[in-house]
Design a protein around this ligand. Sequence first.
Ligand code: FES
Length: 164
Amino acid sequence: MNPKPIDWHRLDEIIETHRHRKWSLIPLLQEVQETYGYIPPESIEPIAEALNMSAAEVQGVVTFYSGFSLKPKGRCVLKVCRGTACHVKGSRSILRHVKKELHLEEGETSEDYQFTLETVACLGACFLAPTMMVNRDYYGRLNPTKVSSVLGQYSKNKEDDGSA
Ligand code: FES
């Protein structure tokens, strides 16, 4: 299955609101990423042109910041914390459990574009260790049962929205 098709008209609108404002590159890229879930490589050229920059400059910024991705991600992006506080509280077994449930390795996206699995150094919620995020939601004090229930919830949502 392919990721959601790109609405090029929407991309034009985003670019227009930032045209000729070179300092606006990061907010523009953030808006593109929020809209599509990634930075479509085809958008680099028009973005560069609108901001009077070279495509290489834009590409350089996109690859420098780990928050930007040139590859489509799943509708649910899981970030499992592997920081020290979470490690001490068993994050390794949490990650192992997530991998097993989703049949994904770190950095991979499921074929149906439902899930992307990532790990991060700290989610800034050490008091909830072991912690993970799904999109913007935090889940803490995890154990394998809780992980299964969270993942089940997001799989269920997929069926509910008819995109299964
Ligand atoms: S170490 Fe995991 S949230 Fe900080």
